[in-house]
Design a protein around this ligand. Sequence first.
Ligand code: MG
Ligand code: MG
Length: 259
Amino acid sequence: MILIKTEEEIELIRESSLLVGKTLAEVARLIEPGVKTIDLDKRAETFIRDHKAIPGFKGYNGFPYTLCISINENVVHGFPSDRELKDGDIVSVDCGVVKNGFYGDSAYTFAVGEVKEDILLLMERTKASLYRGIEAAGAGNRIGDIGYAIQSYVESFGYSVVRDLVGHGLGRNLHEKPEVPNFGRRGTGPKLLEGMVLAIEPMINLGSRKVVQESDGWTFRTIDRQPSAHFEHDVVIRKGKAEILSTFDFVEEVLNNKN
Ligand code: MG
Ligand code: MG
């Protein structure tokens, strides 16, 4: 069953989602060559707890950290570690929180120093594909319309869509029904109804769409070790198009001030 949220519940999810956006902005301040990814994780955990919330991923199915940090060929679910970011890396930072019993879940892919033009384009277009998916998520459409919008856009550049990992419903649980694939056929899948809350999160690869899981039991990477980008928003289904509950505004304010 796909849950329909009340306006009160939607406001609580918005509060959690906005806190994720602010946490990602705190992480954005620290991202530069030489920083250890475990230090990004520590900053995020402190920031979340200072805001009377709980890291949403830590302990979820045994995941040991606050952030999923996935560098270059790592797609999602990477572990923070003593690895230092270096010039030319791209890094997906995925963050979840729980506050007032509701989850927020959002991700952003950052450039570290000078990143090659073709990889910057992969990042930009992955983010653009997320907004295309959101525009296709109006009430009365179907889940397949979201995936179609994302897939048709990114494949026009020769990129590929990860199939093994998908977006999801969101609320009192981090992962609720329905699954939200980033590929699909128009007019297929569950119907979108006002008040459904979804996390839409395209994972787009420069090369093959195939991914493999590392021996840590979590990290997914591209089979050909080419880079992958990942952006995620939480949205509520409304008439026309979905309303975005999370935000990249705080992150992008930090990034604009860095440049
Ligand atoms: Mg996420
Ligand atoms: Mg998610």
